[in-house]
Design a protein around this ligand. Sequence first.
Ligand code: SAH
Length: 258
Amino acid sequence: MSEVRPKKALGQHFLTDQGIAQSIVAALRNDPAQPRDVLEIGPGMGVLTQYLLKREDIDPMMIEIDSESVEYLLTHFNGMPGKLIEGDYLKLNIDRFFKGPYRIIGNFPYNISSQIFFKILDDKDKVPEVVCMIQKEVADRIAEKPGSKTYGILSVLLQAWYDIDYILSVGPGAFCPPPKVKSAVIRLTRNSRTDLGCDEKLFKTVVKTAFNQRRKTLRNALKPLVKEGMDTSDPVFDLRAERLGVEDFVALTKMFED
Ligand code: SAH
């Protein structure tokens, strides 16, 4: 069977550099304390899958939305039935496929990488490790510390629950067709935090609202959340969202709790 025809709408840029594919798979830790179950999001033609299947410390499963890729994987790899789910990662309830925690790996479709991270955050207590290739700009933003212009919602929310390691940068020439942007591989490792010390849902709302108008001071940006009679004289309200680290956002959220 011929190769999969790349579809832009599905973010299909197939990695062709085998060395990079091996480095990505190697970035998933070989650690008996980590779960054996691993979910690969968007295997495409299986450039990562082939190396995942060779590892004896993991049990990989794949989820792919594109029926043409699914057909390709079924004809090119043995033992795919039972390991390959045809479906949309964003819509499926992944708990159906794993009894316990599982790790995630993938060259993510760049057009939906933020949505993938929000879903991982929803499942954070089931997902102790993520290795992914994404647009370099997004990777930089996620790993960024407070004070920078690119620091944003995903930086705060992911850093609250995960330690971020920058693994490697990848140029467009490693793909077919080459994407217009640079790429990077990062690893997220769940930290030991079990509780934020404030209401989690409100924390998310405060972070999102604060960055929605990131040029404004928090006093102005958070106006929609301020209840009557609430005291916003604390000097933190003179700052912009980009200046606050995770702990600062926790403290800020507490001010909004009843
Ligand atoms: N892993 C392959 C393909 C990366 S391109 C490689 O490295 O070459 C991204 C892949 O994600 C494509 O195969 C695309 O079909 C798939 N994909 C896109 N949206 C998806 C979704 N919502 N759920 C599952 N897979 C998806």
